[in-house]
Design a protein around this ligand. Structure first.
Ligand SMILES: Nc1ncnc2c1ncn2[C@@H]1O[C@H](COP(=O)(O)OP(=O)(O)OP(=O)(O)O)[C@@H](O)[C@H]1O
Length: 638
C-alpha cells in the first residue's frame, strides 16, 4: 500500500474490503505488513481497524501523555497563527479538551435551519482549531468525510452575503451590527457600497439627446429629473443641470455641473477654478476642471467635480416636506441671498423628524472645517446652503459647487474678505434652518422665534454659536469660531477614529475575498485543460491527479442521498483549512483528508500541505510554459 507522495508515479489507493484483504494476506503471508507499521497509528495514534482486519503492525498503545504530545503536534494547536477561540481562555487545549467524549455524528460540516448564522459561525471556526477539528483526527482517515450529512432543514448557502468571507471582529472590540456615528452597521455599509458601485455604472433612463463626447467625458447621465414637464431649477440666475459622466482619461466617474447659456468674456474667470482645484478636504466636493462648450447647442459652462454616488443634498435629506409635491425651490432661499426668508415662520410641524443635537454639532464642525480650509486657501465658500451641501455618507457632509459662483460673478470683482464674512452669515443661517427644520428660519423677521426654538431644543451653546456667526464681522472670526467649537471637535474626532477602527475591521474581513478569487483563478487555470487530457501526470496514476480529486472534494460533494451540496461555507471552510486562503499562504496544514476517485474505486490520503504544493507547482509550470511560448514567439517573430 502506497500513500500519496507528489514525486511518486502513482499514489492511488485501491479501496478494498478489509475482510477480503485479510484473506489475501493470509494466502500470500503478511510479509510486508508485519514489518510496516500502520499509518493510522503513526498519524493518528491509533487505528480503528486494528482488530477488524488491518494487517499492518500496531505497536502497543503509548501512554496518554505521549498520545497527547503526538496529537498536539499533528494538529499544531500551539502554532502562533491560530488564535484562541475565546479571549478569556488563553491556555493551550489539552488532549481531553480536544477529543470529544462521544464521537460526533459526522466529521464534516453540519447545517442547521439558521443557515446564515451557521455560516458566520463556520467562518469563525475556519480560523480556530476546535473540538470538531480534533474530532476529525479522532475518526482516523478511513472515516474521512466523502458524504455530507444534512440537518433536516438544510439551507444551502450559496447566497453571497458580502460579510461572510471571514470571521467578524470580536463583538467586544467593535459591535459590527450596530450603527456608530459615521458608520452604519456592517451589513448596511456593504449594502450602501454595493448601491454606490451600481450607481457609478447606471444610466438615467430619462437621458436623451446628450452629447456622446464632451471634452474627454462620455456616458453622460443627468443626476436629476430632466423631463420636459419637470420644473427647471436655477443656480443663481442661470439654469443648471448636474450630470454624471465618465472620464476617458482615467475611467473615473465625475459630476459635471453645466450652466446653460453662459458666455465667458475673460479667460481669467477660470482663475478661481484653478485655486479650488488645489483644495482637497474631506468636507468639500473636490473641483477638478472647468470648460466652456457648444456640445449642448448653446454656450455652456461646465465644471467637473468628484462624483459621490448616491449623494443627496441636505435639503433633500432633512428639509424636503415629506408629503408635499411642492418643489423645494418655492420654499427655500436662493443661495446668494443669505438671511432673507419668505416670511413664513419656523414651524416644526413641517418636518416631524427633528435633527438630533449630536448630528447638528457634527454638521457644524464639518462645515466649519471646510470654511477654514477655503479661507486659509484665500477663497470664500459661497455655497453654504442646504441645496448645495451633499450628504455623502452617514453624518458626512461635503460642500459642493465650490468655485462656480466665483466664475459666474467674476466680473463683479467682489472683495474676498467680504465674501468670507458672508460665509459666516450663511453658516449661521444654515444652522438655524437645520435646527428649526424650516428653510425660512433664517429670515430676519423669524430670527427671534428661531433663536427661542434653538435654545429650547438644543441649549444655549448652539444658540450662542448662531448669534456669534450672525454677529458683527471680524478678521478674528475664524479663530474665535474654532475656540467655541473646541470640545465639539474632540467628540467629532473620537467618532471619526471609531469609524476608522470599524472600517479597518471591515477591510480585514474583505482581505479573504482577494485570496479566494486568486485561488479560484488558479483552480480554473490548471483544472480540466484539454491539453492535459493525455498527460500521464494528470491521469489516475500521475501526481497531478490529486488536484482533480481535491477540486471534486471542494466543489462536487454530494449528500447521503447523492444530491449535490451547493454550499459556499463548505468551499470557504475547506480552502481556509487548506491555508490556501488563510494568512500563512505558503504554509498549508498537515491535516490529512481522504480524496475519493469519481468511480469510488480508489482513494488518496493526502495532507493539505501536499495539495497546496501540488497546485503551486502545476500553476507555476503552466505560467512558466506560457512565458516560454511567448518568448519563442517573440524570437520567431523577431
Ligand atoms: N458631486 C456630486 N456627486 C454626486 N451627486 C451630486 C453631486 N453634485 C450634485 N449631485 C446631485 O445632483 C442632484 C442635483 O444637484 P443640484 O445641486 O442641482 O441640486 P438641486 O436640489 O437640484 O439644487 P438646485 O435647486 O439649486 O438646482 C442632486 O440630487 C445632488 O445630490
Amino acid at each position: 500500500m502506497e500513500y500519496f507522495r507528489p514525486q511518486s508515479a502513482s499514489s492511488a489507493v485501491r479501496i478494498v474490503d478489509p475482510s477480503t484483504q485479510n484473506d489475501r494476506h493470509s494466502k500470500n503471508g503478511p510479509k510486508d505488513s508485519v514489518q510496516r507499521q500502520c499509518r493510522n497509528v503513526m498519524i493518528y495514534g491509533s487505528c480503528k481497524f486494528q482488530d477488524k482486519g488491518c494487517t499492518f503492525y500496531h505497536p502497543p498503545a503509548p501512554d496518554t501523555s505521549q498520545a497527547e504530545e503526538a496529537l498536539s503536534a499533528s494538529v499544531n494547536v500551539n502554532a502562533p497563527v491560530f488564535v484562541p477561540k475565546s479571549s478569556a481562555d488563553t491556555s493551550s487545549p489539552t488532549l481531553a479538551s480536544l477529543t470529544p467524549s462521544t464521537p460526533p455524528p459526522d466529521a464534516g460540516y453540519t447545517y442547521s435551519e439558521n443557515g446564515t448564522a451557521e455560516v458566520a459561525d463556520q467562518m469563525q471556526a475556519t480560523h480556530i482549531y476546535d473540538d470538531n477539528y480534533a474530532a476529525q483526527f479522532d475518526q482516523g482517515y478511513y472515516a474521512a468525510q466523502s458524504v455530507y450529512t444534512r440537518a433536516p432543514l438544510d439551507i444551502c448557502v450559496l447566497k453571497l452575503d458580502y460579510h461572510l468571507y471571514s470571521g467578524p471582529l470580536p463583538s467586544s472590540f467593535s459591535p459590527a451590527s450596530t450603527d456608530i456615528h459615521f458608520m452604519p452597521s456592517s451589513a448596511s455599509i456593504r449594502e450602501t457600497l454595493q448601491t454606490r458601485s451600481e450607481l457609478i455604472r447606471s444610466v438615467n433612463p430619462s437621458a436623451t439627446q446628450l452629447p456622446e463626447e464632451l471634452q474627454g467625458y462620455h456616458s453622460l447621465s443627468p443626476l436629476e429629473n430632466v423631463t420636459v414637464t419637470a420644473e427647471r431649477r436655477k443656480f443663481g440666475n442661470w439654469y443648471s443641470t448636474v450630470y454624471k459622466a465618465i472620464s476617458s482619461t482615467d475611467g473615473g466617474a465625475y459630476a459635471l455641473r453645466r450652466i446653460e447659456n453662459y458666455r465667458m468674456t475673460q479667460q481669467s474667470a477660470f482663475a478661481p477654478i484653478e485655486a479650488w482645484s488645489k483644495i482637497r478636504h474631506p468636507n468639500i466636493v473636490s473641483v477638478c476642471e472647468a470648460f466652456t462648450t457648444r456640445a449642448f447647442n448653446d454656450n455652456s459652462l461646465v465644471v467637473a467635480y468628484t462624483y459621490h454616488p448616491n449623494a443627496q443634498t441636505l435639503f433633500d435629506v432633512h428639509l424636503k416636506p415629506k408629503n408635499s409635491h411642492t418643489s423645494h425651490h418655492h420654499q427655500h432661499q436662493h443661495w446668494y441671498a443669505p438671511g432673507r426668508g419668505t416670511g413664513r415662520g419656523p414651524s416644526r410641524n413641517a418636518q416631524s423628524n427633528t435633527l438630533p443635537e449630536r448630528t447638528i454639532w457634527s454638521y457644524v464642525v464639518q462645515i466649519a472645517s471646510a470654511i477654514r480650509k477655503a479661507h486659509e486657501a484665500g477663497q470664500a465658500v459661497r455655497t453654504i446652503e442646504p441645496s448645495k451641501i451633499l450628504v455623502t455618507g452617514r453624518n458626512r457632509l461635503r460642500i459642493g459647487s465650490c468655485g462656480l459662483v466665483d466664475v459666474l460673478m467674476h466680473e463683479m470683482n467682489q472683495d474676498m474678505a467680504v465674501l468670507q464674512q458672508e460665509d459666516f452669515i450663511r453658516f449661521g443661517g444654515l444652522i438655524l434652518v437645520l435646527c428649526c427644520s424650516n428653510v425660512a428660519a433664517s429670515a430676519p423677521m423669524n430670527l427671534q422665534k428661531s433663536f427661542d426654538l434653538v435654545e429650547r431644543s438644543y441649549g444655549a451653546d448652539l444658540k450662542n454659536l448662531v448669534v456669534f456667526l450672525l454677529g458683527k464681522a471680524s478678521v478674528q472670526k475664524l479663530r474665535q469660531l474654532f475656540d467655541l467649537l473646541s470640545s465639539r471637535i474632540a467628540t467629532e474626532m473620537d467618532d471619526a477614529l471609531d469609524a476608522v477602527d470599524r472600517l479597518e475591521g471591515e477591510l480585514m474581513s474583505e482581505l479573504e475575498n482577494a485570496r479566494l478569487v486568486r485561488l479560484m483563478a488558479k483552480f480554473g487555470f490548471i483544472n480540466e485543460r484539454p491539453e492535459f487530457a493525455r498527460d500521464a501526470r494528470w491521469s489516475e496514476t500521475g501526481d497531478r491527479y490529486i488536484i482533480k480529486l481535491f477540486r471534486d472534494y471542494v466543489f462536487h460533494q454530494v449528500d447521503e442521498y447523492g444530491s449535490p451540496v451547493v454550499s459556499l461555507s463548505h468551499v470557504l471552510t475547506t480552502l481556509n483549512k487548506a491555508r490556501l486562503l488563510g494568512p500563512l499562504l505558503d504554509a498549508g496544514t498537515d491535516e490529512k483528508i481522504m480524496l475519493v476517485a469519481r468511480d469510488e474505486q480508489s482513494c488518496l490520503v493526502v495532507s493539505y500541505k501536499e495539495i497546496k504544493a501540488c497546485m503551486e507547482s502545476a500553476f507555476s509550470e503552466l505560467a512558466g510554459s506560457q512565458q516560454t511560448k511567448a518568448k519563442e514567439l517573440y524570437r520567431g517573430g523577431g
